[in-house]
Design a protein around this ligand. Structure first.
Ligand code: PRP
Length: 207
């Protein structure tokens, strides 16, 4: 699995704002939005372009657009905080939604919502979730996508744990990953260390 770690100084600074426990929900959300722009920017670096003839005020030239805009799939709740930033950067993208909550005791993903295009054949898909911990939620999400024919899936996570990255790698699914950091490890509660806590709670409050 191709894994891109975006360690640009601005990405590191925004991720630090997200990690810092003193920061309130609004500061966390703003940092996540800005970091998402950088992650999506990197995720589209090699995207194929289509050419169109255009006229500048001065002469004719060639204009470019994404040949195949991705389907953006935020994983609720926490992925909601990445959705608008990603769509601002790729306004022509379509959007699908998956709802997934991790059981706090078993750490298993519990799906509760799925709203996706019927067919994802031949379409790039960007899955948006701030955190990859055990990888269970992401694997389940990618399986939903591949059942609809997706074979070009990019997982975009602000933060990830080596355990989750390894699990995605071993899945054999058609994946690549873009993240701002692969942290040290998971603790006994399957939280990322040093991590940033719970990205859903840090944005929206605990439920
Ligand atoms: C978090 C996070 C991922 C998942 C990661 O969501 O946003 O979806 O946990 O854990 P995993 O890799 O071990 O599956 P959470 O279940 O806290 O739900 P929320 O988005 O509603 O806060």
């Amino acid at each position: 699995m191709d894994t891109i770690v975006v360690d640009h100084p601005l990405a590191r600074a925004r991720l630090s704002n997200m990690r810092d426990a003193r920061n309130d929900n609004a500061t966390f959300r703003a940092a996540l939005r800005e970091l998402t722009l950088m992650l999506v920017y990197e995720a589209t670096r090699g995207a194929p372009l289509a050419e169109d003839p255009i006229h500048t005020p001065v002469s004719r030239t060639v204009g470019y657009r994404l040949a195949s805009p991705p389907v953006l799939v935020p994983v609720l709740r926490a992925g909601l905080g990445m959705a608008e930033a990603a769509l601002n950067l790729i306004p022509e993208a379509q959007m699908g939604f998956v709802g997934m909550a991790r059981d706090e005791e078993t750490h298993q993903p519990v799906p509760y919502m799925e709203s996706l295009p019927d067919s994802l054949v031949g379409r790039p898909v960007f899955v948006l979730d701030p955190m990859l911990a055990t990888g269970g939620s992401m694997l389940h999400t990618v399986e939903l996508l591949t059942r609809r024919g997706a074979d070009d899936v990019t997982v975009i996570c602000a933060l990830s744990a080596p355990e989750g990255v390894q699990r995605l790698r071993e899945s054999g699914l058609p994946l690549r990953m873009v993240t701002a950091s692969i942290d040290e490890r998971l603790n006994d509660s399957a939280f990322i260390v040093p991590g940033l806590g719970d990205a859903g709670d840090r944005q929206f409050g605990s439920v």
